[in-house]
Design a protein around this ligand. Sequence first.
Ligand SMILES: Cc1ncc(COP(=O)(O)OP(=O)(O)O)c(N)n1
Ligand SMILES: Cc1ncsc1CCOP(=O)(O)O
Length: 519
Amino acid sequence: MDVDYSLYLVTDRSLLPGKPYLESLEDTAALPSVTVVQLREKHADTAEFLRIAQETKALTDKYNVPLIINDRVDIACAVKARGVHLGQSDLPIAVARTLLPAGTIIGISCNSVEEVRRARDAGADYVGLGAVWDTQTKTLTNPPVGVRGLGAMLHELDGTNVRAVAIGGIKSSNLARLLRGAVSETNHRLDGVAVVSDIVASLDPGSAARRLRTIFDASKKIDIPTSFASSQEEILDGALALSDAIRKSRPIVHQITNVVVANQSANMTLALGASPIMATAPEEMSDLSKISGALLVNIGTLVNSTLDGMLKGGFFANSFKKPVVLDPVGLGASSFRKGSLHKLLDTWQPTVIKGNAGELAALVNSQEATGRGVDSVGGFMNPAEVVRAMANKERCVIVLSGKTDYVSDGHRVVAIDNGHPLLGAITGSGCMLGSCIAAFCAAANASAIDEQNPSQLTRGGDFLAAAVGGILTLTVASELAAKRDDVHGMGTFLPALIDEVSNLRPEVIRQFAKVTRLE
Ligand SMILES: Cc1ncc(COP(=O)(O)OP(=O)(O)O)c(N)n1
Ligand SMILES: Cc1ncsc1CCOP(=O)(O)O
């Protein structure tokens, strides 16, 4: 019979919070939450390992949960375990197969795409991918692969029966982010998650397991809805409805942004009819996430002290189902920015990533465009395809800003041809665009019905239409501002732009909008 890998408990007696081992295990095995148990004994001698394995087997048999033995093929044979889990330096799969009864499951740990390929070709039944994050449970010999490293590993398993679980640092507080991000471009997902401390070290391991299992099961029920507005007219209607919704509901837009633009971004947010809060302290991120409609994270003048706030801000925004707009300003300019961005994306899931060609190229390691400081040099040959592929990879809406702006959620791709060259002449127009998109995302999220799905990282809403609304507001206003008699250049353009945004009505946006649905 096939094993269900949904919630794969790995034991560790050294982490028990005072409860006897078998009692703690029974708390979880008795429930339908845990679907597999792996006995992992790092310090027991052979006799002790065998004794614990026999006791564990009796318990897992009682509740009909398959038992896997860590490392030791001999113990797996002795207790007639359902399987064995091997590390990269344990017995090779082919040798273990000759020693184990036919049908015994063999799993192996993999830390890279190459290891997954080898495991697949050697006939592994499942792979343990990780460590995803750092863990207190063991000293890692390889760096964590991160959430975003898992997609390429899963891709290697397309068309095979090899199952995959992720392991390392997984908790109920980060599981939804893991499950959202751990998907290959071909939509290959994890079959389960392997967890040690979040269950074993808990005073109430049964509840801990139930929380994890509820999130895992709920994640199977969500994807980017395909029922959203489809034609360019419908997308425009959706975007303009959000413009009205912002003025009616005045959402709080929390912005952790750069010191160059904080003031003008706050004014732009007010002009849209929303309410800015430009707070950076990590200590207040949890409270602010509860009251905000959306979070903007802009790395333009990144320092370690704000990075901490960004990590916590995004984490809590995901937890409270608030959309997060990420503006990776000047990403290619330094390895500090790149390293920090990877940390951010491994900690939380953005709803929208907005960047110029140089920034998006740095994110996907493309040579097609580069950055010069915070500016972009060059462009993509096929921008529509780039945003579509990136949206699928990053599992969010992607906005590529430029003379023509491109937006995709992985299904739909839209091009917008509004804007004025003066937007590119002043500092911070890209950053203000991030603020506009965040305000529109707040409105989209607020108007969605909360499905009460614990694996959702936002309430939902058409965030592609939100991005389109944010772009149109700024770019149409820029065209109107540039035409004004009192605008003579950069200096007079910025206040006029803010005025035009504050006076802009949806009918005017509709009149000037140049939106094309591409595919
Ligand atoms: C499901 C699962 N995945 C990975 C591991 C790690 O195994 P290994 O690399 O052998 O390291 P140790 O467990 O021996 O520390 C695992 N145990 N289970
Ligand atoms: C055994 C193992 N292999 C990679 S990470 C890990 C430990 C995971 O423990 P935790 O779930 O407590 O982070």
